[in-house]
Design a protein around this ligand. Structure first.
Ligand SMILES: Cc1cc2nc3c(=O)[nH]c(=O)nc-3n(C[C@H](O)[C@H](O)[C@H](O)COP(=O)(O)OP(=O)(O)OC[C@H]3O[C@@H](n4cnc5c(N)ncnc54)[C@H](O)[C@@H]3O)c2cc1C
Length: 616
């Protein structure tokens, strides 16, 4: 293992899948009957291997080469073509796609875990898979039989790629300001006209055709998001027999010269310059934003995954480097001139960076895997009540996955660059690229601030706070069940303090709303998102620590080791070491990391609204 390779924490991944979430239980349902524990584990192992062996070698090369335009069409780096084809042939690009359309039909949680590896291996390539699946799923949910027949299988097989076209120069966060227009020519077909910008995978030579999911306003429809409709707009029209027909008047005006994700072409697209661009409506007029939200919810989880994939890769690189790099002496014997030089992993400051990275990575993994499982449980729910409960959970957790994990992922990579010192800043090591690539994740799919507004405005206030209450009840349940736990009871006590703080914040938010209005409430929306997400991740890590504690106890009993540290068990038994580390990581997260996010709310607690009045 070297500090320039891609490695994933397979032990933590398996622990989460098997021992904590017990994903094999999904195999008991009719829908996922083919996916028992062994099958799931084998799939994940092979998917990760594909990411490391086939995709990862393209990461630095495709970053160096980048995309370019030739004769009006985008060319992606040559090294991406083979892995792209193989990913579709072997099924890794469409793990969770329905078998009806040629996918593996695996649970969403398994798709997410495989994508943890693919994104870490080359985010630009992973984005092609994610966007294409998302656009194909939209057609699957809202398209006519003809559209499904024409496009979906070809998209899930990689023959056609997909995009998501919301942004326009004047409509970024404010999607409702879009002016791209649609005029009916009958039978669900419209003439599309306008410019979309920032379109990821907007054009390319990986597939034969590009299928755009485009938001546009039917002429005469209302302003704002309510007046938007959704259309399938192919770059090249597809004939009824499935062959490619005429060009559909979609042109690439330019591609962006960006900080990172150089292997992902970000295009400005013109639709209908010659008044000959046709779009086929998905669903009904005016339902575009609701339909697009289906894609965006999944896309937001997958954007959150960037934090884990790239942050996780950075942690593994930094950990390995910290063992390899010899520098300085042990701080305890500094004055002795002949002291032996040590690996930097021996220095307390480096250890603090590493535990901050490790704890954040495991917290992101817990939050994302748990959320992905809620999607699966919702799909196989046996009653309306159960379905609603899972939907509520997904609604609350989605802005946390997107907002928190992307911010945290960047912090982790930044810590990693620091652990490497000067070489971390060079292209000889992967961290500078990981940082540049990950930097977009807090911006696209709705910035962190927009996620925070979604959380406090749409999710927290919905049904008089019912979703928030549901989450708080889960926290209380864990506390009640385990507060007398001999090893972790005091940690639950600390955790209970954060829950109280959350509750108090929600009560004072109401007061702020009543006295100072929405602007004052919105001022601390992002700090609130960061705090509640860290508490939620803490809740999940505590669940993991409970499992680890039980398993460790079993090993202790079997091995007859009363005193863990003195028994030598941790050196001899890898499982015992993993469980003991899981407990330490959780303790650090709860005692030292959650308070960092709580502190972000200090201004709000002191009712400091200066930012609203100050002159900039
Ligand atoms: C590399 C890349 C790839 C992209 N891929 C796609 C894609 O595939 N499809 C697509 O449609 N778009 C895509 N985008 C566009 C992306 O979604 C937008 O950049 C993003 O939504 C922000 O919009 P904006 O850039 O116009 O910033 P603005 O909306 O102008 O925001 C600027 C700042 O103001 C803040 N802000 C704006 N409004 C509010 C508000 N109401 N409350 C609080 N803060 C606010 C934002 O948080 C941000 O900090 C991509 C962008 C990039 C850079």
């Amino acid at each position: 293992m070297s500090s320039t390779e891609l490695t994933l924490d397979l032990r933590d991944i398996h622990f989460a899948m098997r021992e904590w979430l017990q994903l094999g239980q999904l195999g008991e349902s009719e829908k996922y009957a083919d996916f028992d524990q062994d099958t799931i584990e084998m799939m994940v192992q092979e998917g990760i291997r594909f990411g490391i062996e086939v995709v990862f070698p393209t990461r630095a090369e495709s970053d160096r080469e980048g995309c370019h335009i030739e004769d009006g069409r985008v060319k992606v780096p040559e090294c991406m073509h083979k892995p792209y084809q193989q990913a579709y042939e072997l099924g890794w690009a469409s793990v969770s796609a329905s078998q009806e359309y040629g996918g593996m039909g695996a649970p969403a949680s398994i798709g997410l875990i495989v994508n943890e590896a693919l994104n870490g291996a080359n985010l630009g390539l992973g984005m092609f898979f994610g966007l294409t699946s998302g656009a194909a799923e939209l057609i699957g949910s809202f398209g006519s039989a003809m559209l499904k027949e024409k496009y979906i299988t070809k998209m899930f097989k990689g023959q056609y790629t997909g995009t998501m076209c919301l942004s326009e120069p004047q409509a970024g966060s404010d999607v409702g300001a879009g002016t791209t227009s649609a005029e009916s020519v009958g039978e669900g077909i419209y003439k599309i006209k306008g410019t979309k910008c920032w379109i990821s995978s907007g054009d390319n030579n990986l597939g034969e055709n590009v299928i755009h999911a485009v938001l546009a306003r039917v002429k005469g429809d209302t302003e704002g998001t309510k007046g938007l409709s959704l259309f399938v707009v192919p770059h090249t029209r597809v004939n009824d027999d499935g062959s490619l027909g005429e060009w559909n008047d979609v042109s690439v005006a330019s591609i962006e010269n960006k900080m990172g994700i150089h292997s992902s072409p970000t295009a400005v697209l013109n639709f209908g310059d010659n008044d000959d661009c046709l779009g086929w409506i998905l669903g009904n007029e005016g339902q575009g934003i609701a339909a697009m939200f289906q894609m965006m919810n999944g896309a937001r989880i997958f954007t959150g995954l960037i934090g884990l994939s790239l942050g996780g890769a950075a942690y593994e690189n930094a950990k390995t480097y910290a063992h390899e790099r010899i520098q300085g002496t042990n701080i305890s014997n500094k004055r002795e001139l002949d002291s032996q030089r040590v690996s930097i992993v021996e220095h307390p400051a480096v250890r603090l960076n590493l535990i901050n990275m490790k704890a954040r990575v495991e917290a992101m993994r817990a939050l994302l895997y748990y959320t992905a499982l809620q999607f699966d449980l919702e799909t196989i729910a046996k009653s309306d009540e159960e379905k609603l409960e899972k939907q509520n959970m997904i609604n609350m957790l989605t802005p946390m996955c997107k907002g928190w994990c992307t911010e945290i992922g960047l912090e982790v990579i930044q810590n990693g660059i620091q652990v490497l010192g000067g070489v971390g800043y060079t292209k000889d090591f992967p961290l500078e690229q990981l940082y540049r690539d990950a930097r977009i994740s807090t911006i696209y799919e709705g910035t962190t601030d927009i996620q925070a507004l979604d959380l406090i405005g749409r999710k927290m206030l919905r049904n008089e706070g019912a979703l928030f209450q549901q989450l708080m009840q889960h926290f209380s349940q864990l506390i009640t069940e385990h507060k007398d736990h001999p090893e972790l009871g005091s940690l639950l006590n600390t955790f209970e303090g954060y829950c109280e703080s959350l509750y108090e914040t929600s009560v004072s938010s109401q007061e702020i709303m009543n006295t100072r209005g929405m602007k004052a409430l919105a001022l601390y929306a992002t700090p609130f998102l960061m705090f509640i997400s860290s508490v939620t991740a803490g809740w999940l890590l505590l669940q993991q620590a409970m499992v680890a504690s039980e398993e460790l106890e079993k090993i202790r009993e079997t091995e007859g080791a009363d005193n863990l540290d003195k028994s030598g068990l941790l050196e001899e038994n890898e499982d015992a070491l993993f469980y003991a580390n899981k407990i330490k990581t959780t303790r650090y997260f709860v005692e030292a990391i959650i308070p960092q996010f709580n502190a972000l709310l200090e201004g709000g607690k002191k009712q400091n609204f200066d930012a609203l009045d100050i002159t900039f």
